[in-house]
Design a protein around this ligand. Structure first.
Ligand code: GP9
Ligand code: MN
Length: 432
């Protein structure tokens, strides 16, 4: 009811972070290409196995001065995994404490999402490319509520035989077979590519690569490096195409890992590969592995570099909107622009745990990020700080849950935004 909406708008207004004039609009009018790296974790960047570099191309992007590369960026997904990441990145609202917001509420809820915002504010066309069936995670319904004009799902590709693996068309084939559609999108476009090959338990056909994998006791850990290497090659091939086609220079390319690939159990076999041992491995170590890449590559602009501010998936939409010169002042988005001087570096995990530049707090236990040690007797100041941060995390997540569970955006239309009419979209007409 309206008092719920008032408390949501109060939180959003108090938490708003103003744009940083140095970055506002620097990518205005450029195509936005979003590359969703399935299950790709930050520790793979610059990693070597048996002396062999796992992801040479993504490493080169990470260190390129045209890239803003975030070294302390965390996934914040719950059980909705990929779909939670999509919801956060494209609406600025969290997923649910249980289940997937796409599946449980996505067909009928009102969303104010990136495809609609970019279309209405800056004339962007939009498309998603994903080699799985469109009904997975209820995407074919959700995307209409997001205002996506096109959704190129498995039905647009030949996914037969060894062209697919587990969740759909192999990544190299997704990129290669999407370009004929991408080239026909009216520019500027907002185009998202959701990869699948690097997905637990990371099977890979012989013909798709021969990366020398480690031989831990955990097959998923071993195979993770082979599928990550394959994904790296896929992105490399796509960049080559973007450069050859001329799209590269007119685009900003956003790359992110959606969530962890290896679970806390797998991490015990991974530990030795990270220079640690299973017997000292703990919750602090598991939390540090929740980092995923987040890179904003702006061809032709050489002011990039590693960004160390702490942030997460909830912060992507406000950051992107400001880079495109779009104000999100009146939108219900829970994150803050990573470049803003008011950016909030308290990163909430879906289970109420959180991480800040100085501490990691897991079920109330405070770890010092400097050395991973538990702070058993925090002084009064630290105790008060952690208490305040924990309260912010819980309020933020509960407020987001209220927006989702009560479908509050039905009752609130930001000035300048026109509610999306999902009936306008049909993803199976022959692409006009
Ligand atoms: C399914 C693919 C994988 O289409 O996006 O989803 P996940 O299992 O990572 O949520
Ligand atoms: Mn995923």
């Amino acid at each position: 009811d309206s008092s719920d909406l008032d408390s949501v708008l109060d939180f959003i207004n108090q938490h708003y972070a103003k744009p940083n004039p140095k970055y506002y609009g620097i990518a205005k009018g450029k195509n936005v290409i979003v590359i969703h790296l399935e299950s790709f974790q930050q520790f793979l960047i610059d990693d070597k196995v048996n002396g062999k570099t796992v992801t040479p191309f993504l490493n080169s992007l990470y260190h390129d001065d045209q890239t803003y590369a975030f070294s302390n960026f965390f996934n914040q997904v719950g059980q909705g995994k990929t779909s939670d990441a999509e919801n956060m990145l494209e609406t600025g609202v969290y997923g649910l404490p249980q289940g997937s917001v796409f599946t449980t509420l996505g067909s009928d809820n009102t969303f104010q999402a990136a495809p609609a915002i970019l279309s209405q504010q800056a004339g962007y066309s939009s498309a998603v490319f994903h080699g799985n069936v469109g009904s997975f995670w209820n995407r074919d319904n959700v995307y209409k509520n997001f205002g996506y004009q096109n959704f190129f799902d498995a039905s647009y590709f030949d996914t037969t035989g060894d062209r697919s693996e587990q969740y759909g068309l192999k990544d190299k084939l997704l990129f290669a077979n999407s370009v004929k559609y991408l080239e026909r999108l009216q520019q500027p476009f907002y185009a998202k590519f959701i990869t699948v090959t690097n997905h637990f338990p990371f099977p890979l056909d012989q013909e798709d690569g021969d990366f020398p994998i480690p031989n831990t006791a955990d097959k998923a850990v071993n195979n993770y490096f082979a599928t990550a290497h394959y994904l790296d090659q896929s992105v490399h091939e796509f960049f080559n195409y973007l450069k050859r086609s001329g799209l590269y220079k007119n685009s900003v390319i956003v790359i992110y890992g959606d969530h962890y690939g290896l679970s806390n159990t797998d991490n015990l076999s991974l530990a030795p590969l990270l220079g640690k041992t299973a017997d000292t491995w703990n919750d602090y170590d598991n939390a540090q592995l929740q980092r995923v890449p987040f890179m904003i590559h702006i061809p032709g602009q050489h002011n990039g570099g590693i960004q160390t501010q702490y942030g997460g998936e909830i912060d992507v939409l406000p950051t992107l909107e400001h880079l495109l010169g779009i104000s999100n002042k009146n939108y219900v988005q829970f994150g803050t622009d990573l470049f803003s001087k008011q950016h909030d570096q308290v990163v909430a995990f879906r289970n109420n745990n959180f991480v800040t530049p100085t501490h990691t707090v897991i079920d109330g236990t405070i770890y010092n990020n400097a050395d991973g040690a538990i702070i058993t007797h925090p002084d009064a100041t630290l105790k008060a700080t952690i208490k305040k941060e924990q309260a912010k995390v819980e309020t933020e997540l509960q407020t987001s849950d209220t927006v989702n569970n009560k479908n509050l955006l039905r009752f609130y239309t930001p000035t300048g935004f026109t509610p999306v009419n999902p009936e306008k979209y049909n993803y199976h007409n022959d692409f006009g």
